[in-house]
Design a protein around this ligand. Structure first.
Ligand SMILES: C[S@@+](CC[C@H](N)C(=O)[O-])C[C@H]1O[C@@H](n2cnc3c(N)ncnc32)[C@H](O)[C@@H]1O
Length: 653
């Protein structure tokens, strides 16, 4: 029989003076359950076609689901969202179509983002605003920041209990947990669930529970406000839970999350049970169930340029199943101070009526074995998507290739654990001469350096850059731009290189100017290398591609001397196509040619952004559009100067 917190309270209260959540949680994690499935959970009956004919909407859930979409259940993936077929449907969907636009149920900023973004609208401070660009923080808890009093007022119902909890947590935290790791987010390429759980971060020296804990608490407080019978809460209840099957490797994490959440929700250990019970958590099993739902169904909150800044829950969106070759993406295209921050699910390729909408939960730029491991551990399934089961047809998988050692420009597949030598080159058919053990070692070294650098990215960016520079240069001669972990290293290094560039002092001599120019070119090379890799592993229109190409375009607009220094060699001829595909990433033109290259690059970015972020390309698309118009004016000014120079030289001749 399931133990309830009220029963436990009577018999064990004296022993609960110190926090006892983990032991309850551990037993709930290991015991089996005969709890009834939530309405419409994956245990629903299937019809002969393998689909659920019972619509969850008949329970009154998901009123915001557009008519063009429907929820169906499949035998292998559970419930999913499909493009409605038949007369009621809206027909095939084109790339760039917004399938769903909705406000998340709950969101919370990661600890490192708290003072950089408004906690209500998630926009950064408005630099145009009179009286400075700073956010204003809550004067009581001094942790949560807003862009305006309008946003503060809009968030007050959610922040009121949070404010008290933060203040209490800070005074009791030292006995609650010793874990003070930062609560930062993971990958920016997928909107799905890459945040870390069960950890705490520090904000200005204060102890603050991380975003997962704060989001869970906001969920429970809102449940209390709206009621357990509200559609809002029933949608959360209907989310899939893997409570029965949580991997043993995840038990510690779930227990730590439960521990911190309990300490955060209740001011003293002796009030834990009462507070949880008041919030509708009647047993340890309820708590584990909630945490499992959160782990399986939460998403990374991101900016319009895909920087991860927190976590959010959206039960409709969480009905979408995974594919490593997705046909849709989840993005936040716009973030404006004071405006509603809406997530959009956008089609990135044609989707036919009756076809399932699929997004990726993880970074799809990594090799199959890494993807499978992450999906298995966190989401408990073996991915059989088209990419995971694809026969590469003799073509080297771009994530796992090395350059052919015979100089033909082709790629060979790196040897797997059983093999000792790489497979034949896809182009010339010859075997690449490389020491398999050495290759394996250098890949491992690069993965480790990336992990270490990620941990110190914000505290010691110079060292993070140094760590990755060594391994980046080690892989560069033998690995194509799309290979793992070279692409990850390239993507990681770009913001660090940009920061370094913008922290350089204004040049005061020609020599300093040339040094700065060389630095600009180095960042452009990294951005071009990134574009080349990203284009191989992300499908056309994927937002990661649009952002990478826009980044390169913007960097090419950074002012450099119109002519290269005499020791820089001559400017080679170039074509945008070759630069974008990474074949020519060593030299960039100057003057008008550089502007033309920037212009062409931004045109391509506009096209990709218009798919991945929907019509207009979101905030980044708008910015790119402005730059395109500016470049058009500059290029026409160059043309005028050139033609008047020609006229002048003809006249003087
Ligand atoms: C966010 S939920 C998606 C909705 C879920 N199918 C449901 O019924 O609520 C994630 C869970 O769905 C299942 N799932 C998602 N994509 C899958 C896939 N490609 N193959 C098998 N199971 C999948 C897994 O159980 C996973 O943990």
């Amino acid at each position: 029989m399931a133990s309830t917190f009220s029963a436990l309270k009577k018999t064990r209260q004296s022993r609960l003076a110190s926090s006892s959540a983990p032991s309850h949680v551990q037993s709930a994690l290991t015991s089996s359950s005969n709890a009834a499935p939530a309405p419409g959970s994956t245990d629903v009956d299937l019809d002969s076609a393998g689909r659920d004919s019972t619509s969850l909407q008949s329970y009154g859930l998901y009123p915001e689901l557009p008519r063009t979409l429907e929820i169906l259940s499949t035998p292998t993936r559970g419930r999913g969202i499909f493009i409605r077929s038949g007369e009621d449907g809206g027909g095939a969907v084109k790339p760039g179509t917004t399938l769903l636009s909705i406000r998340p149920h709950i969101s919370a900023l990661s600890t490192s983002s708290l003072d950089a973004y408004c906690s209500a609208c998630h926009a950064p401070p408005d630099p145009q605003k009179e009286g400075g660009s700073a956010l204003k923080r809550c004067t009581r808890c001094k942790i949560i920041w807003y862009c305006s009093s309008k946003c503060q007022a809009a968030d007050w119902a959610a922040h009121k209990p949070e404010c008290t909890a933060i203040v209490n947590f800070q005074s009791h935290a030292s006995s609650a947990s010793a874990n003070l790791d930062g609560g930062g987010n993971g990958d920016a390429g997928s909107a799905h669930q890459s945040h870390r759980i069960g950890e705490e971060g520090q904000e200005g020296g204060n102890r603050v529970p991380n975003e997962a804990v704060r989001a869970l608490a906001r969920m429970l407080w809102k449940k209390k406000r709206e009621g357990g019978d509200s559609v809002w809460w029933r949608e959360i209840e209907a989310m899939q839970s893997h409570r029965e099957n949580i991997a043993a490797t995840q038990h510690g994490t779930v227990a730590a999350l439960a521990h911190t959440l309990t300490a955060y929700l209740s001011p003293t250990p002796s009030s834990h049970l009462e507070v949880l019970s008041d919030l509708g958590i009647g047993s340890a099993r309820d708590l584990v169930d909630l945490l499992s739902k959160f782990t399986t169904n939460s998403f990374t909150l991101s900016t319009p340029s895909l920087s991860p800044i927190g976590v959010f829950i959206s039960p409709i969106t969480a009905l979408i199943n995974h594919s490593c070759a997705p046909n849709a993406v989840i993005v936040f295209p716009r973030a404006h101070p004071g405006a509603e921050n809406r997530l959009e699910v956008i089609a990135i390729r044609d989707i036919q009526p009756g076809e399932e909408v699929l997004t990726s939960y993880i970074d799809i730029s990594v090799p199959r074995v890494h993807r499978q491991k992450e999906l298995k551990e966190r989401y408990l399934f073996d991915c059989d998507c088209s990419l995971c089961s694809a026969d590469t047809n003799g073509r080297a998988e771009p994530r796992e290739g090395i350059w052919c050692s015979h100089g033909c420009g082709g790629v060979s597949l790196i040897p797997d654990a059983a093999q000792k030598i790489p497979s034949a080159c896809e182009k010339c058919g010859k075997i690449t001469q490389i020491d398999a053990d050495e290759l394996k070692h250098s890949i491992q070294l690069a993965e480790e350096s990336l992990e270490k650098a990620t941990a110190i990215e914000f505290t010691d960016p110079a060292r993070a850059l140094l760590l990755t520079t060594i391994t980046y240069n080690l892989l560069l001669p033998t690995h194509p731009a799309s290979s793992h972990p070279l692409l990850a290293l390239t993507r990681f290094r770009i913001p660090l290189l940009i920061n370094e560039l913008f922290s350089l002092p204004q040049p005061t001599s020609l020599a300093e100017q040339h040094q700065r120019d060389a630095h600009v070119d180095e960042v452009c090379r990294a951005a071009a290398q990134c574009v080349a890799g990203v284009r191989e592993v992300f499908p056309e229109g994927h937002p990661v591609r649009g952002i990478a190409i826009a980044e390169l375009g913007k960097l090419l607009c950074v002012e450099v001397s119109p002519v290269e220094s005499s020791d820089g060699g001559s400017t080679s001829s170039f074509e945008t196509g070759t630069i974008l595909s990474g074949l020519e990433t060593t030299r960039f033109p100057r003057g008008a040619d550089r502007l033309r290259l920037a212009f062409d690059t931004l045109l391509r970015a506009r096209h990709e952004l218009g798919i991945g972020f929907g019509v207009g390309g979101g905030d980044v698309g708008r910015q790119v559009e402005g730059m395109i118009q500016g470049l058009e004016r500059e290029l026409s000014a160059w043309r005028k100067v050139t033609s008047s120079t020609k006229v002048a030289s003809v006249t003087s001749a």
